[in-house]
Design a protein around this ligand. Structure first.
Ligand code: SIN
Ligand code: FE
Length: 290
């Protein structure tokens, strides 16, 4: 389920066998865990993070590195600029780690949003579709991927050392085969119309409709949530971990104060593209989906 890597540095060099092991683990749907790789924060950084999330109502505070815009916080301009810099520092560190850990993806790795997840997950109330404590694979309603992979790097920065706890479920092919028969790949013209109406940034492919369908179907299925096989993983403070969250069935059930950086990876960059959700779904559906 996990591959552990012992590095303590974000700019560490890795040997070829380690890089190959990491690549295989990620593409096979396992998590890569770096138990000694903490993201160091000064006292003033922690004070800023506390000011950014005073009331525990925000699930995420996100930075779009392309535009520099920060969403989800009511900080004043000076603090907003500081927080954007802090999140960017994490994003740059995560990117340099990935470049060294998975050099195969480096030329085409696309850095997407960076987020700070301040709020304690356990004990909150969510709408079912927003409840990441329920098993799901990641899919974005407004950002069509058209087959590209979602690779995410997380780091537990909890100042009180609280662990972040996940449950991880069955392999993607089994999960997809279970739910796919109930799903519809969107109506003809629906992806086009949603883009035109500004509901999505770019056009949804049948792949995106199916991935969102899988996300929702799993979260809304109480029987599946209760009976699906899961493994609980605890990530202590000071731990960093990564996985393809579009294929690893996951539920985040407890913890607060995490940083997260999202990357997009084209299917063609994979060593074994046949393991991409796009290819798995295409085999199940018997047709091209993106
Ligand atoms: C998720 O992607 O479901 C949430 C993961 C986390 O915040 O730990
Ligand atoms: Fe998720």
């Amino acid at each position: 389920m996990t591959l552990q890597i012992a590095t303590r540095r974000w700019d560490a060099a890795f040997d070829t066998p380690t890089q190959a092991e990491v690549l295989t683990a990620l593409e096979d749907g396992r998590l890569v865990v770096l138990p000694h790789l903490g993201f160091a924060l000064a006292a003033e950084d922690l004070a800023l993070l506390a000011r950014a999330a005073p009331d525990a109502t925000r699930k995420n505070i996100t930075l779009d590195p392309a535009s520099g815009s920060l969403l989800g916080t009511a900080l004043d301009d000076a603090d907003s600029a500081r927080l954007a810099m802090l999140l960017d520092r994490f994003g740059v560190a995560a990117q340099s780690l990935l470049h060294r850990l998975v050099p195969r993806y480096a030329p085409v790795l696309e850095r997407a949003r960076t987020s700070f997840r301040p709020t304690e997950i356990a004990g909150r109330r969510y709408a079912l579709r927003q409840d990441d404590r329920r098993l799901h694979v990641d899919a974005f309603p407004t950002r069509p991927m058209r087959g590209r992979r979602i690779l995410r790097v997380f780091s537990n920065i909890a100042p009180d050392r609280r662990p972040r706890v996940w449950r991880v479920g069955e392999p993607f092919p089994e999960f997809a085969a279970h739910f796919l028969p109930r799903l519809r790949p969107g109506l003809p013209g629906q992806g086009w119309a949603m883009q035109l109406l500004g509901l999505t940034r770019g056009r949804r492919a049948p792949y995106d409709f199916l991935m969102l369908g899988l996300h929702d179907a799993a979260k809304l299925d109480d029987t599946y949530q209760l009976s699906a096989p899961t493994t609980e993983l605890s990530f202590p403070a000071g731990t960093t971990w990564l996985c393809f969250t579009d294929a690893v069935l996951h539920a985040a059930i407890a913890g607060h104060y995490a940083l997260e950086q999202t990357f997009h990876v084209p299917v063609t960059a994979m060593r074994r593209p046949e393991q991409a959700p796009l290819r798995v779904l295409e085999r199940l559906a018997g047709r091209a989906l993106a």
